[in-house]
Design a protein around this ligand. Structure first.
Ligand SMILES: Cc1cc2nc3c(=O)[nH]c(=O)nc-3n(C[C@H](O)[C@H](O)[C@H](O)COP(=O)(O)OP(=O)(O)OC[C@H]3O[C@@H](n4cnc5c(N)ncnc54)[C@H](O)[C@@H]3O)c2cc1C
Length: 509
């Protein structure tokens, strides 16, 4: 930047902004020497809303009344991110960081607490470099996990990566909050499999694992996105997978004995062989009944899977005809709910399967829920508008990793995680669906973890509390005892709280 421009920007930064126009102009000016075409969008641009909504997954935060950023900057490389941070800090501009835009409460592209803000959107930074010899992959934060899966599978059929179930998530936010998928019982979370990272700190400096230090490296692998800096890229470990894996999707209605089957699932799914991941969905199929579906990934062939299922879970009554043998990348598509035989190359589009308005909450379960508890849940679910409920089994290696190994603390003793996911397609229905979601969550209180009632940070839930309120217990829900360590690290690494949002790690007072 020329010295004249620098002085101009500095002078402007010393006077408070009088208008959003001024913010746009000064931020724009400050970044002018690094802008490439189509990298800076202001509210005056005709394509501003389409750029803003291009990675805004929850339609709840795309309405006219949703607070919008003053501008969006889409960096193409590390130095662009550094400049954006330096300019924003100098000008006192609040930023939000967006990779895949799947944040449940939209904190990466809107702000309910902040005044004016700009979005740094990493959607142009999505390089994926697989190194089979080193058993690792460097991934830029704006890549979707589906792109990573595809690039890994392109190189080898017998390596995979323990990512997420949904394929359109950005790795920036996903890894920052832990990141689980159907390999979690065998290999843990993505956060457990990070080898190195590159991050831009609040002074605009790029740091890697060595220069950020082990404390910060610990905090960014599960402490939630948007608190410590802008992750530019992650180096992730590749893991072995068999050339052939087996999947199934088996539905069982209430009339087919779903209550007893789900009761048994709770006892067996967390104790199965680590090669087997069987999750359960519960959905209301009409106002009179509901259905449970058991979806599995087995790291092996169908004949061995049949033996395991018959020995441990005969109540489900699976048959060999229910199984499909396929490659690991095809299983990613199956578990990600793509129609059978969809070519994996669609993962390169990085697009979500669908968009809707939604509200979700999470729980962790430590004791088997009795059949009477399930029956009570069915009763509430049969009322109108109940959430879709997903139960993900824990156990396996998840029980062997210490609670403080990374900030994600939900480990030994957890049988399964619950997600209550309410979605709707008409903006006017929000109150109804959100209150039904809360009602089911309320009902489940006596059956789930207590003191704290544990929650998954990547299923962000602002009902648990927001910064600025005296109650920051949401941090205990997400991180248990790791929360105080996260706050200490935050206070040292970003004492001015430059990186912040409604549920970012608060500095110590
Ligand atoms: C449909 C759907 C399916 C999902 N399935 C799974 C699943 O299978 N497994 C799972 O673990 N989770 C799942 N999630 C939750 C998901 O992990 C989180 O929403 C995650 O934060 C998404 O990351 P993102 O980059 O797409 O989101 P964003 O909205 O871009 O970011 C989320 C948070 O991370 C911050 N952030 C983003 N990029 C960076 C960066 N580069 N540096 C620092 N901070 C950053 C943001 O500021 C925000 O606070 C799902 C979510 C949705 C909506």
């Amino acid at each position: 930047m020329s010295s004249l421009r620098f002085i101009l920007v500095l002078l402007i930064s010393l006077t408070p902004f009088s208008s959003s126009q001024q913010i746009q102009e000064t931020f724009h000016q400050c970044l002018s020497n690094i802008q490439t075409p189509n990298s800076f969008f202001t509210k005056n641009d005709t394509n501003f809303i389409s750029i803003l909504n291009s990675r805004a997954i929850n339609l709840r935060f795309t309405t006219q009344s949703t607070p919008k950023p003053e501008s969006i900057f889409t960096p193409s490389n590390e130095s662009h991110i550094q400049s954006a941070v330096i300019c924003a800090k100098k000008l006192g501009i609040h930023i939000r960081i967006r990779s895949g835009g799947h944040d449940y409460e939209g904190v990466s592209y809107t702000s309910v607490t902040g005044p004016t803000f700009v979005v740094i959107d990493l959607s142009k930074m999505r390089a994926v470099n697989v190194d089979l010899a080193d058993n690792s992959v460097w991934v830029e934060a704006g890549a979707t996990i589906g792109e990573v899966y595809y690039r890994v599978a392109e190189k080898s059929k017998t390596v995979g990566i323990p990512g997420s179930i949904c394929t359109s998530l950005g790795v920036g936010g996903l890894v920052s909050g832990g990141g689980y998928g159907s390999l979690m019982r065998k290999y843990g979370l993505l956060g457990d499999n990070v080898i190195d990272a590159r991050i831009v700190n609040a002074n605009g400096k790029i740091l890697d694992r060595k220069s950020m230090g082990e404390d910060v490296f610990w905090a960014i692998r599960g402490g939630g996105g948007g608190s410590f800096g802008i992750i530019v890229s992650w180096k992730l470990k590749l893991v072995p997978v068999p050339a052939t894996v087996t999947v199934f999707n088996v539905p069982r209605t209430l009339e087919q004995g779903a209550t007893k089957i789900l009761y048994k699932w709770q006892q067996v799914a967390p104790n199965f062989d680590e090669d087997l991941f069987v999750r359960a969905f519960i959905s209301r199929t009409s106002d009179k009944t509901l259905s449970t579906t058991y979806q599995a990934l087995f790291l092996g062939r169908g004949d061995r899977l049949l033996e395991i299922m018959n020995a441990g879970f005969p109540e489900l009554g699976v048959k060999k005809e229910d199984f499909i043998e396929m490659s690991w990348i095809e299983s990613v598509m199956f578990i990600g709910a793509y129609p059978l035989n969809t070519p994996p190359s669609v993962l390169l589009d990085g697009k979500p399967r669908s968009l809707n308005y939604f509200k979700a909450k999470s729980d962790f379960v430590k004791e088997v829920i009795p059949e009477s508890g399930l029956e009570g849940l069915w009763k509430i679910m049969l009322e109108e508008g109940s959430p879709f409920i997903i139960w993900n089994p824990y156990g396996g290696i998840m029980s062997k990793i210490s609670e403080s190994s990374i900030p994600f603390p939900h480990r030994n003793g957890i049988l399964f995680k619950i997600q209550y996911y309410s979605s709707w397609m008409d903006s006017g229905m929000e109150d109804k669906y959100v209150s039904m979601n809360r009602k089911v969550y309320e009902y489940m209180t006596k059956y789930v973890s207590k003191s704290p009632r544990e929650a998954y940070v990547n299923y962000r839930d602002l009902d648990l509390g927001i910064n600025g309120e005296s109650n920051v217990n949401w941090g205990i829900n997400y991180f248990k005892d790791n929360f105080s360590k996260l706050r200490k690290i935050k206070s040292k690494f970003d004492p001015s709280n430059f990186f912040r949002h409604e549920q970012s790690i608060p500095v110590l007072k």
